[in-house]
Design a protein around this ligand. Structure first.
Ligand SMILES: [Zn+2]
Length: 260
């Protein structure tokens, strides 16, 4: 069970709602020899192939890995991929479980896992906020409104974001299950986006429609006003997207040093 002092010992997050059974990974299960090559890709030096692969988003990398045994071996040999699997397999499970694999590259996750401090306050941080793939501490997670994802419908209404640009933002599909300090069970799945990104898209959209001077966020724009305020305990949807969108993640010190 994931715990943190700011939310209490029973606080449930994404980790508590994914298991090896609900999101199995096939790494290490395949036997056999290489029977097929990778065609023109094999003409590239292995270093260049690795440089390309590590920049792929995790879903594309996984799809490529399934092409054949050679592709699987090449992906499995990536130092960044190996380190993620060795130290933080659960972060991969979490990303695939909430359908964020298209929005996070292998290298991006690896770099974030190497960090140890909260992006907001600089204190030691044990969570990864998946919608932006950044480290966050328990205190900032609980108190800062930017870690409260919102639904697309909410974003359209609050930030005057048109449907088209908002659908290009990284979006996650929440899992049903118990979340938050009291472990309240949420039976619905929500499509959630980062509220700060939605705000920026809305501001950009307004700036395109109005003179530049009037594009500055005013008091009617709730996120800009309340960015430093504490979030309410329970929002009007009766679910708390913060706990649905974070995973506990150990820091990767040096590849090969620590095992999960
Ligand atoms: Zn913090």
């Amino acid at each position: 069970m994931a715990t943190h002092k700011a939310a209490g010992p029973t606080c449930k997050i994404l980790d508590d709602n994914i298991t090896k059974l609900t999101c199995p990974l096939d790494n290490g299960r395949h036997q056999g020899n290489i029977k097929h090559d990778l065609g023109d890709l094999d003409r590239l030096p292995l270093e260049l192939q690795s440089d390309i692969l590590v920049r792929l988003d995790l879903q594309t990398l996984t799809d490529f890995r399934r092409v054949n045994r050679k592709a699987m071996d090449n992906v499995d040999a990536l130092p960044e991929y190996k380190a993620i699997l060795l130290h933080n397999k659960n972060s991969l499970r979490a990303i695939f479980s909430v359908e964020l694999g298209r929005f996070i590259t292998c290298n991006e996750l690896y770099i974030t896992l190497q960090t140890k401090i909260c992006e907001r306050c600089g204190e030691s941080a044990e969570f990864i906020y998946l919608l932006t793939c950044r480290r966050v501490c328990a205190t900032c997670l609980c108190r800062r409104i930017e870690y409260c994802p919102i639904t697309i419908e909410d974003a359209e209404r609050r930030f005057q974001v048109p449907c088209h640009p908002i659908q290009k933002l990284p979006a996650m599909r929440s899992l049903p299950g118990p979340f938050g300090p009291i472990g309240k069970t949420c039976l619905h799945c929500y499509t959630l986006i980062d509220s700060s990104l939605a705000f920026l898209v809305g501001a950009t959209n307004r700036a395109g429609r109005r003179p530049a001077c009037s594009a500055v966020p005013g008091p009617a724009m709730p996120l800009s006003k309340s960015r430093e305020m504490e979030v309410p305990t329970v929002d009007r949807h009766m679910f708390d997207g913060r706990y649905m969108s974070v995973v506990q993640a150990h820091r990767i010190e040096t590849p090969g040093m620590v095992s999960e």
